[in-house]
Design a protein around this ligand. Structure first.
Ligand code: ADP
Length: 181
């Protein structure tokens, strides 16, 4: 199964992705995790990404898309994957479509985690990651509203909306049930 997870920052995509990845036996590909790994390893890619991430802005698409393309080319992603954090713009969605089309593939579903802004701010402040201070959170929510939310419309034909304000287990079960149908 080829899946994309959508939702505002702090929606719990990473938590859900780990569970879904186990159940569905497909790799969890998180652009945020890939960038953070590159930053801790001091790679050029990490250096290119860091200033954008610290400010809550998007890393330029040419940098991000190449990283995703390389990851999708790896063996474990040939039968399916769970993309978390990509695409984040319509432009990235179009690039992803091209990457998949080259191999005759397409997305099976886009899971959209629906959660209020109050709840996501609360969750991010509790999580306390490097880029989880109030200014950065505000910027990331703005970027989400302006750049990423339009993907909900873009993917309306394969969109699966999931209420993401319940318990971790309930949300995971609801997601798996919805994907079954
Ligand atoms: P969250 O889900 O809380 O927004 P992520 O771990 O997905 O956090 O992303 C953290 C940061 O990594 C983003 O704020 C952005 O700077 C960068 N990033 C991740 N994915 C992308 C992407 N597809 N395009 C551009 N930048 C990205």
């Amino acid at each position: 199964m080829r899946l994309v997870l959508l939702g505002p920052p702090g929606a719990g995509k990473g938590t859900q992705a780990a569970l879904l990845s186990d159940s569905l036996k497909i790799p969890h590909i998180s652009t945020g995790d890939l960038f953070r790994a590159n930053i801790s390893n001091g790679t050029d890619l990490g250096k290119q990404a860091q200033e954008y991430m610290d400010a809550g802005n998007l890393v330029p698409t040419e940098v991000t898309a190449k990283m995703v393309q390389d990851r999708l080319n790896q063996d474990d992603a040939q039968e399916g994957f769970l993309l978390d954090g990509f695409p984040r713009t319509i432009e990235q969605a179009e690039l992803l479509e091209e990457m998949l089309k080259k191999d005759g593939h397409s997305l099976d579903a886009v899971v959209n985690y629906v959660v209020s802004e109050d709840v996501v701010v609360e969750r991010m402040l509790a999580r306390g990651r490097n880029d989880d201070n109030e200014d950065t959170i505000r910027t990331r929510l703005e970027v989400y509203r302006d750049e990423t939310a339009p993907l909900i419309d873009h993917y309306q034909d394969i969109l699966v909306n999931i209420d993401a304000e319940g318990t971790v287990e309930d949300i995971s079960t609801t997601t798996l049930d919805a994907l079954d149908n």
